[in-house]
Write a protein that binds this ligand. Structure first.
Ligand code: ATP
Length: 306
């Protein structure tokens, strides 16, 4: 195993009848980094995570974790990992501190609830009932529960889905602090900005398979020196042939037109000429570098969030 890897997964397979949920997945997770499984709904991220958390058993494949090769995650390993589940519902009439105390009691050693309340910035809510917490506060509590045994490796399954921007940023800060303190994080998300901001390494999944992996920079570099020009146009507007001759054009939902070009000046010139002659404005136009969403699009022809 790569000496810097905390976990290595080889050829993991899990089928549900005809559904190939996880179909030969392999990757290594470096120590003290955020490793992200990025992919659309149904890509197999949660199933992969659940196998690595010891919640499900794989049909086949190998897992090496903390230097040990295991067929299935055992009890001793579970003491060293933390898990944030996608559906983390706590008893509504427990108080925040009681939840942390309860979950801490499940482990041989655990951090003090006071310590944890500080880390997840919920000190003011220590005596509040769970049912009175906001969505972001509930998610911070769930992360506190995942960290209560002071794990070396933390699994966060879609930690910010459904949260508002401020609550998402609060969770991002907690994740950054965790890696700074030496923890290793395995995250799943279908938000490409989350993967790009938080991760040192990203594994893009689709239909149960890994279709690309590397650092966000390495992955976007695969698209070469291209620049993306995006604007909104009526869905029935005919784009000029001169543009499709030099650029890759993808038309998305809501009239979004995405033009990938390695000659920005030429592409902009043709677009402006076309806009003038056709009278179609280049509404909400942006010019940007490729991101992980573009990587996914170029590999699959689909957007991450459909
Ligand atoms: P999401 O982002 O929606 O959580 P995901 O990438 O985590 O998606 P999984 O939840 O792992 O994807 O699901 C992968 C595939 O396996 C999907 O087609 C799903 O319907 C199927 N699947 C997952 N769990 C089961 C199960 N218990 N029984 C049958 N099929 C399942």
């Amino acid at each position: 195993m790569d000496p810097t890897a905390l976990m290595k997964v080889s050829n993991l397979v899990k089928y549900y009848g005809d559904v190939h949920a996880v179909d030969g997945v392999s990757f290594s997770v470096p120590t003290s980094e955020v490793f992200t499984l990025l992919g659309p709904n149904g890509a197999g991220k949660t199933t992969t995570l659940e196998i690595l958390e010891g919640i499900r058993e794989a049909d086949s494949g190998e897992i090496e974790i903390f230097g040990q090769r295991l067929r299935r995650i055992d009890r001793a390993t579970k003491q060293r990992i933390g898990v944030l589940l996608q559906e983390g519902n706590f008893e509504p009439y427990l108080r925040v501190r009681e939840v942390l105390t309860l979950f801490g009691s499940f482990f041989r050693s655990s951090r003090s609830p006071a310590d944890m309340l500080h880390e997840i910035a919920l000190e003011e809510k220590a005596n509040a009932f769970v049912k009175t917490l906001s969505g972001g506060q509930k998610q911070r509590l769930a992360i506190g529960v995942a960290l209560i045994n002071d794990p070396e490796l933390v699994f966060l399954d879609e930690p910010t889905t459904g949260l508002d921007p401020q609550a998402r940023h609060n969770i991002w800060s907690i994740v950054s602090r965790l890696t700074a303190s030496g923890k290793t994080i395995i995250l799943t998300t279908h938000y490409m900005d989350e993967a790009e901001t938080l991760s040192q390494r990203v594994c893009i999944m689709d239909h149960g398979k890994v279709i690309a992996q590397g650092s966000p920079r390495e992955l976007t570099a695969q698209l070469g020196q291209d620049t993306i020009v995006e604007f909104v146009a009526p869905e029935d507007a005919n784009l000029p042939d001169s543009l499709s001759a030099c650029c890759e054009i993808v038309r998305g939902e809501g009239g979004l037109v995405s033009v990938k070009t390695n000659d920005l000046v030429a592409a902009l010139g043709r677009l402006v000429d076309w806009s003038r002659s056709s009278g179609v404005p280049l509404a909400e136009m942006t010019v940007r570098q490729p991101n992980l969403e573009d990587v996914f699009l170029s590999l699959t022809g689909r957007r991450l969030r459909t």
